[in-house]
Design a protein around this ligand. Structure first.
Ligand code: HSE
Length: 307
């Protein structure tokens, strides 16, 4: 029996970055999942959980399981994996919980196979997990989770991913303790957009990418506007408008829904401001009597890593 083992960290991610629905994402230093893998010499998948979320241990019903299955099939069913998953990113938080399981599984398995697959192949494997979780293959959480930093997914078919350089950013995240399923948050979206809204949106996407590449905090801030998705999804998030308003008053550059929510993220250009933003948000949810959890963190530039 081959007992080669590895332990990795898979970071949480903020998908969409407000205006870039399904095409932009950023990796976070906190929170992250921990996963341990052992390579097996027969084609089986054994899943253990070290958390209390009650996720399935049946490979076909588990995000990491379906990713590992696709890798085993690519290896002509000559190998298998035992995996222990400790989720610290709450499922349904909007912080890329399913992507961390999917990307972590792809990268962890690849390490045990001496890194035979390239990044594009890892993203392809991991998208099988996103398909199980949300019904749709999207790579805006997976790609930054694997690579770290900010990613642009210019195209899924064919896959075309680009790392975007970024200035230092401080991220305040609030996770109101309600669960929003990505599949539900996608279901409620309109299937068509008005041309005038599309023009605004692609102006903002281009502005955001330019702002990141030019270290222009003002441009980043004014590009964090979403006229297509946010007006619909924000209805699911209690206190959303007030969080945005008070965060900007506290000095945030801007922000919005993290992925499909309910978490909200705000970007700041220094740590003190990010802490002030956290205080402003805490005040809102304490007053509303809604349980919440906050993080003040920075960009994870390494992606999934062994530790
Ligand atoms: N782009 C996806 C969505 C991310 O907004 O539905 C889900 O985390």
């Amino acid at each position: 029996m081959n007992m080669k083992s590895i332990r990795i960290k898979a970071p949480g991610t903020v998908a969409n970055l407000v205006c870039g629905f399904d095409i932009l994402g950023m990796a976070l230093k906190e929170p992250f999942d921990v996963m341990e893998f052992t390579l097996l010499d027969k084609p089986e998948i054994i899943i253990h959980h070290k958390d209390s979320f009650g996720l399935s241990v049946v490979p076909e019903q588990n995000v990491a399981g379906v990713v590992l299955q696709s890798i085993i099939e690519r290896m002509n069913n000559t190998i298998g994996f035992e995996v222990t998953i400790e989720k610290r990113i709450m499922p349904g938080s909007g912080l890329g919980s399913s992507a961390a399981s999917a990307a972590g599984a792809a990268v962890g398995a690849n390490y045990l196979l001496n890194n035979i697959f390239d990044t594009n192949e890892l993203v392809q494997f991991a998208m099988n997990g996103e398909k199980l979780a949300s019904g749709v293959k999207h790579a805006d959480n997976i790609t930054p989770c694997i690579l770290g930093g900010v990613s642009l997914i210019r195209s899924i078919l064919p896959l075309d991913i680009i790392s975007i350089p970024s200035p230092e950013l401080f991220i305040t995240v609030v996770h109101p303790q309600i669960e929003v399923k990505t599949s539900d948050a996608r279901q409620i979206l309109k299937k068509q957009v008005l041309l005038k809204d599309a023009i605004k949106q692609w102006g903002n996407i281009a502005g955001l990418v330019s702002g990141l590449m030019k270290n222009d905090y003002e441009l980043i801030g004014r590009s964090l506007e979403d006229v297509i998705i946010e007006p619909i999804r924000s209805i699911l998030i209690p206190g959303f408008d007030e969080v945005k308003k008070k965060s900007k008053e506290a000095g945030a550059l801007g922000g919005g829904i993290s992925g499909s929510g309910p978490s909200i993220f705000m970007l700041s250009n220094n740590f003190d401001t990010a802490n002030n933003v956290e205080g402003a948000i805490q005040e809102i949810y304490n007053r509303m009597g809604i349980a919440f959890h906050t993080y003040v963190t920075t960009i994870n530039t390494k992606g999934v890593e062994i530790f």
